[in-house]
Design a protein around this ligand. Structure first.
Ligand code: G1P
Length: 305
């Protein structure tokens, strides 16, 4: 058994924390009166994909860390009696099923963040709910293609090491300043690296690698004391990256590991990537795909002319 494997944690990962308090200013005016997480990707709000991803990985206990103007999220994952009985009366079973899906998906809880003091602060709001177990954090802006999930590999790495695990992705050098960035070394576990250092949104010349943190984490509960001890950092916010850096540097901790993602992911917080996500997912759909692909071919041919 490797060093890493002998430190295995017996506590299974059951809970997911999903920070959703962000204001979504990049999508104004669409997000003036509506949470950005409710923007539809084809015909489903972006947040539902994220909750579905957690559920597919076995995490059916989901805590959303919300803020002002986020009531529609609570409504979306709740029953809507009037709508359900109207659809039932019409015999529209298909739509009824669609409406019921989101309320039956998971055991969803909500806590308010209060002051928006950063991602680390949002995760701290989950401390009471999570307790002394490892847990996942899923950021709503990252939409991971369901054909290439990363959470199961991250959960496995957490269970083997007992440490905290982050999702990493290689990005072009000129984009690293948009992300947290990790310095890593190899381990004897397939597809898992050890994280030796972290920097939140470094300037290109200060980045220790081209490995960016994408919005998936499986954290050991030792992250909570580290977060409590973390002073505001970049943007005067309490950064999860800074707390993870402390854990990575602490020889008495269970350590920080990375799983490098090679699948496809959309940043639905970015306008262009959001539009691409809508087109790509619609082009794959049985009910829309054929027509959309036909139209896209003509549209692109016209553009080329
Ligand atoms: C957050 C994290 C950052 C990470 C990013 C992934 O930043 O702080 O380390 O790379 O999510 O999406 P945000 O994009 O919320 O500013």
């Amino acid at each position: 058994m490797s060093d890493e494997a002998s430190a295995a944690s017996p506590s299974p990962v059951r809970k997911a924390v999903v920070p959703v308090a962000g204001m979504g200013t990049r999508f104004l005016p669409a997000t003036k009166a509506m949470p950005k997480e409710m923007l539809p990707v084809v015909d489903k709000p972006a947040i539902q994909y994220v909750v579905e991803e957690a559920v597919h990985a076995g995490l059916t206990d989901v805590l959303m860390v919300t803020g002002r103007n986020k009531r529609p999220l609570e409504d979306h994952f709740d029953r809507v009696d009037g709508l359900e009985s109207a659809l039932r009366a019409k015999g529209d079973d298909k739509k009824l099923e669609l409406v019921q899906q989101s309320s039956e998906l998971a055991d969803i809880h909500f806590v308010r963040q209060g002051d928006p003091l950063g991602l680390g602060h949002a995760v701290l709001k989950g401390e009471l709910h999570v307790g002394a177990e490892p847990f996942a954090v899923l950021l709503g802006d990252d939409l991971i293609d369901e054909r290439s999930p990363i959470l199961p590999d991250m959960i496995e790495a957490q269970q083997r090491t007992g440490g905290s695990v982050i999702a990493l992705m290689e990005v072009p050098e000129d984009q690293i300043s948009l992300y947290g960035c990790a310095a890593v070394e190899a381990t004897d576990m397939d597809g898992v690296v050890r994280v030796t250092d972290l920097v939140e949104k470094p300037a290109r010349e200060d980045a220790p690698s081209n490995l960016a943190i994408i919005g998936r984490y499986v954290l050991a509960p030792e992250i909570f004391p580290a977060l409590h001890a973390t002073a505001p950092g970049r943007g005067n916010e309490i950064q999860l990256t800074d707390a993870l850096k402390t854990v990575a540097a602490d020889p008495d901790s269970r350590g920080v590991y990375g799983v490098v993602f090679s699948g496809s992911r959309f940043d639905t917080g970015d306008k262009l990537a959001y539009i691409q996500a809508v087109i790509e997912l619609a082009a794959r759909r049985e009910d829309l795909g054929e027509d959309l692909r036909g139209w896209l071919r003509e549209f692109v041919a016209d553009l080329d002319d």
